[in-house]
Write a protein of this length. Structure first.
Ligand code: ATP
Length: 196
């Protein structure tokens, strides 16, 4: 049976924290494919300052170009509507019937997981692998994972940065070259994204 890891998010924009996590997941979890899935309309957060679907998808593609077994999927953007993980999983199970799925998520997402639409159904269809985004989150992460029962904690060295931080720095004209792959930064600059 094949194993797919699913890594969803707004990726507004994708940054080195995301890429670090993908590399760590490749080291710690055996997967045949990792699907990076930029959302259409994010159901869990306010969508201020959200770049277009196409731009977020394109930046993700540029960022993972050359990474083995990592694919960017437009499955949520093509489905339109709100990007509920349970619906994405149902579609993926239909498309890839002999595949098991693991959802990758940071502490922030794991902490709200039991508020997600049909979260118990998600747990029927997928495993969870959760990881710390910031130092000092490990205890909270372990507790939340234990509460849910089915979440596996993967130990990665946190790379504490966020898309919010990247957007703020871009707005202020600060240097973000250490936070993003060069190809993504060039794309942002060419398109004039996140400047106001
Ligand atoms: P924003 O600041 O706009 O809220 P974000 O940086 O949190 O964005 P998302 O696209 O919302 O990024 O995150 C997608 C997934 O990536 C989530 O599971 C999130 O926990 C994870 N993630 C985000 N930043 C990091 C990071 N620095 N290290 C590891 N995982 C991260």
């Amino acid at each position: 049976m094949e194993h797919f890891c699913l890594y969803g998010g707004t990726f507004n924009p994708i940054h080195n924290g995301h890429l670090h996590l993908i590399r760590e997941a490749a080291r710690l979890l055996e997967f045949d494919r990792l699907l990076l899935i930029p959302t259409n309309i994010p159901p869990h957060k306010a969508a201020a300052d959200l770049a277009s679907n196409r731009d977020r998808l394109e930046m993700a593609r540029l960022a993972v170009a050359g990474m083995e077994n990592v694919w960017v999927s437009d499955i949520e953007q093509r489905a339109k509507g709100k990007s509920f993980t349970v619906l994405t999983l149902e579609r993926l199970r239909y498309l890839f019937p002999d595949t098991r799925f693991t959802l990758l998520m940071g502490t922030d997402m794991l902490c709200t997981f039991d508020k997600w639409y049909r979260w118990k159904d998600i747990l029927q269809m997928a495993d969870l692998a959760a990881f710390a985004r910031n130092d000092g989150e490990q205890a909270l992460l372990e507790r939340k994972a234990a509460e849910l029962g089915k979440a596996r904690v993967i130990r990665v060295e946190p790379l504490p940065l966020s898309s919010t931080m990247v957007r703020e720095k871009l707005r202020n004209g600060e240097d973000v070259s250490a936070l993003l792959p060069p190809a993504v930064l060039s794309y942002i600059q060419e398109k004039g994204l996140y400047v106001k």
